[in-house]
Design a protein around this ligand. Structure first.
Ligand SMILES: Nc1ncnc2c1ncn2[C@@H]1O[C@H](COP(=O)(O)OP(=O)(O)O)[C@@H](O)[C@H]1O
Ligand SMILES: [Mg+2]
Length: 336
């Protein structure tokens, strides 16, 4: 009695599996064989067919070709659609006081004004970007330190202000040493960003004034690098050093990263020195130098004290427009 019960269900599925297998084996090779010659023949065929066959009968390729072109057009249209994962821009220059933080925040807010979803990352242990949105880095409980060193999800340290900001704290200063023994230490930020890259159009990373592990993490996670340079104290040697670091990162960690542009900042257009500095920049870096210029304005020093971008602090000021213009220029490069 007990043995007879399991025997029946075992027999039935076996018959089903055999029936299913036969048609699958027969059908698979057919489309594969048809597709290969069709793809190869698609280009030369239209020229040959009118001469070779004048009987008006349509060949298989004529029927297939339009479908294939439609398919290609669809593919091209899909590529033109807005980015689905965030464009990651690192703001880097190992020199301090060149307006990295100012540029990261104000360009990010300019993108947000245009309707883009923006995340800022404060990768500088000094926490200036965090402060410039009115957040005290000393009172932050969870910061990028926890993300980079302890693999905390980055969503847990994002604070919402004018833009979303992944905050820094003072202990970020110890992150480079704490990360130094980690496997894949250069990719910690890149890995962390995967969690949220579908939620934003732009991720803007502020970096410390060095080419250490934190900056390397930023350049490894980035698609593009914007290099602010203060025209008054232009350091060509510093820029060459930065280019060498970037080349090393392209060769070893992130082949796709490239310089989006070099941005002349704190420009005092009245001085001859500043004009000369821009000429030197353009002679050496050509088209890499942005058309946009960020002129000197006291508002850039005032706004962070109020915990605001210049675009919020004085929306109609020309200072605010310098960064709106830069946003337009970056967007016109085909970012989003
Ligand atoms: N266009 C500008 N005109 C005047 N002051 C500026 C301008 N841009 C930035 N600053 C000020 O210069 C100082 C250094 O800028 P910051 O963005 O902190 O540089 P970095 O991040 O490269 O160290 C800050 O006090 C900032 O407010
Ligand atoms: Mg800074």
């Amino acid at each position: 009695m007990e043995q007879a019960v399991p025997e029946r269900p075992y027999e039935e599925p076996r018959a089903d599996i055999e029936e299913l297998h036969e048609p699958v084996v027969e059908k698979q090779p057919e489309p594969v064989i048809e597709e290969e010659p069709a793809l190869n023949a698609a280009e030369p065929e239209p020229e040959e067919s009118p001469e070779a066959e004048g009987d008006g009968r349509m060949k298989a390729i004529d029927l297939i070709a339009p479908t294939r072109l439609d398919f290609l057009a669809e593919k091209e249209a899909a590529e033109e659609q807005p980015v689905k994962t965030a464009e990651v821009i690192a703001f880097a220059n190992q020199k301090g006081g060149v307006a990295k933080t100012t540029t990261t925040l104000n360009l990010a807010v300019a993108f947000a004004e245009s309707g883009y979803r923006v995340l800022c990352i404060d990768l500088d242990p000094q926490g200036n970007l965090t402060m410039s949105q009115g957040i005290d880095p000393d009172k932050v409980e969870k910061s990028l330190y926890d993300v980079l060193v302890n693999d905390m999800p980055i969503s847990e340290i994002i604070v919402k202000r004018e833009i979303d900001i992944a905050v820094a704290s003072i202990d970020l200063a110890g992150a480079e040493i704490a990360m130094s023994t980690k496997i894949g230490r250069e990719r910690s930020l890149e890995k962390a960003l995967k969690e949220v890259s579908g939620d934003y159009d732009f991720v803007c990373i502020d970096t410390p004034p060095s080419l250490g592990l934190l900056t390397i993490n930023a350049l490894t996670a980035a698609n593009k690098v914007i290099v602010p340079v203060q025209c008054e104290y232009l350091s060509m040697r510093g820029l060459v050093q930065l280019q060498n670091t970037l080349r090393m990162i392209q060769e070893n960690l992130n082949p796709d990263v490239k310089i989006e542009g070099i941005l002349p900042t704190m420009l005092d257009s009245r001085t001859i020195h500043a004009k000369e500095a821009i000429e030197i920049l353009e002679e050496n870096f050509g088209d890499l130098v942005f058309q946009s210029r960020i002129k000197k304005a006291i508002k850039f020093a005032e706004a962070p004290v109020k915990g605001a971008s210049v675009l919020k602090y004085d929306s109609n000021s020309s200072a605010a427009n310098y960064y709106r213009d830069l946003a337009k220029e970056v967007l016109s490069h085909g970012s989003a």
